[in-house]
Design a protein around this ligand. Structure first.
Ligand code: FAD
Length: 352
């Protein structure tokens, strides 16, 4: 056990002289990430009878009622939550409005979820009216709010996101703007900065460590005191804009983490990687940054035992809870991330 109470996992970056596992990239990742955006692949995969059962491991249901039941359960078990209404790359203005409307209804219902201390100490036992971290958050993808519309996508996404940010701020709920592929980054940061001018306490965003630009973005957002979720990045990006080797991505993640931890904002360490989790804990001790001043985040259904361990150590842990019937892209990105997820899916889909 390290001085932070965090164990050094076997094979973490802190154990020297590692052979290659940390550098192996899933060779199927590019093909799967391409499939995540293929309508033909979507038709085939969504029709497979086995898919639904496996999707349920990663997605909290198709409707708001199912998502809210999951949220209540997670909050009762001392987790913070962030909820994503699944959907992306909307090409229809009406659909973008409908997504925004669904978020507004979600926020109204989230505002009724009790978030007082759960049945144990630590975790989500924080009132949503305090100035500290908010237990409830929504995550929004600007492409679902119209950003990809041909003429005025940026303006439509800003208008929809602004309505969500206003309603969330009034309800004491955080909003985090997800990061999508690199062609959207400039527009996304512009919208985030606009929203943060109006709601500096409640709006934050995501930065992806695999993008070469992200170290500079971390510096800028950290200096502005922004709330930043740092993830590795889940899209198929070209070498010209992104690190593609796992080791380079991990090194970038650590550099970015250092900047955010030393900055004046609120870092959200979004990873399942034991090496990154350990590094974040050590950095927080060194800065120093207390348990109220940063949090860990993981995706719904992934590493529940590790989530429990972090909560047991008194850390804030937020679970990203996706729901909705547009789960295909999200689901395939999860398969691409981890060969074990893909193997599980293939085994279940293969007749005996
Ligand atoms: P990886 O490099 O995938 O894995 C490293 C190690 O972590 C593995 O070797 C293993 O030891 C451990 N590990 C990973 N997954 C598992 C598992 N399922 N079970 C057991 N061990 C595991 N990406 C975006 O591009 N935009 C976003 O807005 C975005 N938001 C996110 C929000 C949250 C809360 C999280 C957690 C992730 C988000 N992502 C987002 C996805 C992210 O970019 C990565 O694709 C994803 O988290 C996988 O990277 P990783 O850091 O977990 O580590």
């Amino acid at each position: 056990m390290s001085s932070t109470g965090f164990t050094h996992p076997a094979g973490s970056a802190s154990s020297a002289g590692l052979p290659s596992p940390w550098m192996i990239t899933n060779p199927l990742r590019p093909a799967l990430l391409a499939a995540a955006r293929s309508a033909r692949a979507e038709r085939s995969i969504t029709r497979m009878p086995v898919t639904r059962r496996i999707v349920d491991r990663f997605v909290a249901g198709e409707d708001r009622g199912a998502a809210l039941a999951t949220v209540r359960d997670l909050v009762r078990r001392n987790r913070f939550v962030t909820i994503d209404y699944l959907g992306e790359d909307t090409r229809d203005p009406g659909q973008a409005e409908r997504v925004a409307g669904e978020y507004l209804r979600l926020i109204d219902e989230l505002a009724l979820v009790p978030v007082e201390a759960g049945d144990r100490g630590g975790g989500a036992g924080v009132c949503k009216d305090t100035a500290g971290p908010r237990p409830l958050e929504v995550s929004v993808k600007l492409s679902a709010l119209g950003q990809a519309l041909p003429d005025d996508g940026h303006a439509v996404a800003l208008r929809n996101a602004r309505a969500i940010a206003e309603s969330a701020a009034a309800a004491g709920i955080w909003v985090t703007v997800d990061a999508e592929d690199h062609t959207t980054t400039e527009s996304t940061h512009e919208i985030v900065r606009e929203l943060r001018r109006e709601h500096p306490e409640t709006v934050g965003t995501v930065l992806q460590a695999y993008l070469r630009r992200t170290e500079a973005d971390c510096r800028a957002f950290a200096a502005e005191g922004a709330r930043i979720r740092l993830c590795k990045g889940a899209y198929n990006e070209p070498e010209s804009v992104a690190y593609r080797r796992k080791r380079e991505v991990d090194e970038s993640y650590l550099r970015c983490l250092r900047i955010l931890m030393r900055g004046s904002g609120y870092p959200m360490v979004a990873t399942h990687d034991p090496a990154m989790i350990e590094a974040a804990a050590l950095l927080a001790t060194a800065v120093p940054r207390g348990g109220e001043d940063f949090e860990f985040q993981m995706l719904y259904g992934i590493r529940p035992a590790e989530q429990e361990r972090l909560i047991g150590l008194g850390q804030h842990l937020r679970v990203y809870v996706p729901f909705g019937d547009q789960w295909y892209g999200y689901f395939v990105r999860r398969l691409a991330e981890r060969p074990a997820n893909l193997m599980f899916f293939l085994r279940a889909a293969t007749p005996e």
